[in-house]
Write a protein that binds this ligand. Sequence first.
Ligand code: CA
Ligand code: CA
Length: 150
Amino acid sequence: MNFWEEFTDEHKAGIKRAIEVAEMNTSGEIRVHLENSCKTDLFDRAADIFAKLEMHKTKLRNGILFYVAVNDRKFAIIGDVGINQKVPTGFWDETKEAVLNYFRMNQIPEGLMEGIRMAGEQLKEQFPYEMGDVDELTNEISYGSREDEI
Ligand code: CA
Ligand code: CA
């Protein structure tokens, strides 16, 4: 099965919208990166992408990356140091589990939207939204390569 078929234009718009909505709850900056498959260690790969997207360039170091290797159905969440300093280990476990539950039903876009919503809720306390918030990182999905793009 090609899981890219899961992503319609509506889904892509829905993911972007989910990020916009989540970022109304928190100063945290959420991004989604999609690629076909992950050939190395999942967490290493996600950390590489985090760096490549220059996600460490937020004032409060509170960028969050949702990394998905779509055809592998592999998924990782990475938060920047600002978040890791403030939240307990395992902070993302519940979100990660919820997303993976959707993936198991082959509902990848829906899983991402739910995970993004949960991340916004979870970060509300540690990193509340403040008036005059700047959108420091784009809400657009990023893709591994031109071939990955849909
Ligand atoms: Ca922001
Ligand atoms: Ca943003």
